[in-house]
Write a protein that binds this ligand. Structure first.
Ligand SMILES: Nc1ncnc2c1ncn2[C@@H]1O[C@H](COP(=O)(O)OP(=O)(O)OP(=O)(O)O)[C@@H](O)[C@H]1O
Length: 282
């Protein structure tokens, strides 16, 4: 597929990716950002000189070996960590202001559902905290359970659902606050490969339907290439960006795409980046 064709696909799948000037809106703008943790054993340079722009409607994966700073970078975006140098804006404001504006939903590796609440009441939790009227809560629960294909499971408890279904429920809970930005930290890392494949397809469908911007942490090369419009390869000590790959795969994807030469070419480039940035002393 040519670059021009993929851009056309992107425009078709994405109803409002641009501002009126025709420019894509920058959702996350990171410049010269570093973060050093001071520990009893000395400083840990978790992130060093990170420059990255993420635009409206992008699906961006962070991939890299353990300890290269993927989670730390996601946590800086979410205002769960603060950088020690450089700048970052989320929707044009500080991460703190973006958090207060409820700009993002955050999905963790573990579904983290309350076992004593039904699935519907788990999804309702952030809405209760926001003080939304019951009718609005019910409408958002129904809409987001439908988006993750869980309609009919409202009154079940988390332990009555499979791991994949629990993770879909946690995605519905993140979506219920209606954020434009979804931050996902290895959400499918603990699931078996068949379930992960299925959830990857469902996540892409959800992304196409909702036009969200997604930032996704993974260890898996096929997952990163299958899902992303942009793949950020990080390497450790200090954590830094080794490569940024703009994918020219079409936005509408099914799993058989993984057998194509275009897919394998991108996967090869990611693998080469991971190899080059890897320290074999670990
Ligand atoms: N709160 C903290 N205090 C001290 N060091 C930390 C803290 N959080 C993370 N680190 C260190 O920062 C570095 C980056 O950690 P981070 O968890 O972001 O890596 P990662 O790429 O997400 O790893 P993994 O794939 O294992 O989750 C690691 O060396 C880690 O030990």
């Amino acid at each position: 597929m040519t670059k021009a064709a993929s851009v056309k696909d992107a425009a078709m799948a994405d109803p409002a990716p641009h501002s009126r000037s025709g420019q894509k809106n920058t959702v996350i703008d990171i410049q010269n950002l570093s973060l050093t943790f001071e520990t009893n054993d000395g400083p840990v340079h978790a992130l060093s000189d990170i420059d990255l722009k993420i635009e409206q409607g992008d699906f961006v994966s962070f991939i890299g070996p353990s300890g290269c700073g993927k989670t730390t970078l996601l946590r800086v975006i979410a205002d769960l960590e603060r950088q020690t140098a450089g700048t970052i804006t989320v929707n044009g404001v500080t991460p703190e202001q973006a958090r207060l504006n409820r700009a993002y939903g955050y999905v963790f590796q573990a579904a983290a559902l309350y076992p004593w609440r039904t699935i519907a009441r788990n999804i309702a939790l952030p809405l209760e905290i926001m003080g939304l009227p019951k009718s609005e809560q019910d409408q958002r629960i129904a809409k987001n359970m439908d988006l993750v294909n869980l309609t009919g499971f409202e009154q079940k408890y988390p332990w009555q659902l499979s791991g994949g279904m629990q993770q879909r429920a946690s995605i519905a809970r993140a979506l219920a606050v209606e954020p434009d930005l979804l931050l996902m930290d290895e959400p499918f890392g603990a699931l078996d490969e068949i379930v992960r494949d299925h959830l990857n397809e469902q996540l892409l469908q959800l992304w196409a339907k909702t036009n969200k911007t997604v930032v996704f942490v993974t260890h898996s090369i096929p997952e990163a290439v299958f899902l992303s419009t942009k793949i950020v390869v990080l390497c450790p000590r200090p954590g830094r960006i080794y490569d940024v790959i703009e994918s020219d795969l079409p936005r509408e994807r099914t799993l058989d795409l993984r057998e194509t030469p275009e897919f394998l070419k991108i996967a090869h480039r990611v693998r080469e980046g991971l190899k080059a940035g890897h320290s074999y002393e670990d």
